[in-house]
Design a protein around this ligand. Sequence first.
Ligand code: SF4
Ligand code: SF4
Length: 152
Amino acid sequence: MCWPISRGQKCSGSRGAAAPPNPSGVKGVSAATGENIINIAGCPPHPDWIVWAVAQLLIGQNIPLDGNGRPTQFFSRKVHDLCPRKDREKAERLGLDGGCLKELGCRGPETKANCPTLKWNNGVNWCVEANAPCLGCTEPTFSGTNPFYKEL
Ligand code: SF4
Ligand code: SF4
């Protein structure tokens, strides 16, 4: 899922084709129409990302985008690089020891978003701090064909 925004560029939906296996052949609005969009990625997108982008448009500011149409303001760094568990021992089980969840399926190393610093629900928490792996929800490959969790 993503939240598409126009800015003199046009409004539309997910920027690229849907993630594989995509049996129904769904296309993102950008792929279907050829229009440029601002892709506020995420499942769901963080409301602060949406409000910020709309505010930028309202005051006439240009919004720098990455190759997937996402504002670089929020999607230039990997979750893993911002994660406070980066140098910790690997977690043996979900929800118990506060360790790094990479071996349990965390997609933070391949996912760009500022969740570790922004957090959700007015800064209350975010996925890894709640002992759940990052699922990579801001990436065009989300949700993908692989399971979210790895069996031990
Ligand atoms: S929990 Fe995930 S995002 Fe955090 S350091 Fe480990 S692999 Fe990276
Ligand atoms: S931490 Fe990962 S799965 Fe969680 S909201 Fe951020 S990008 Fe999505």
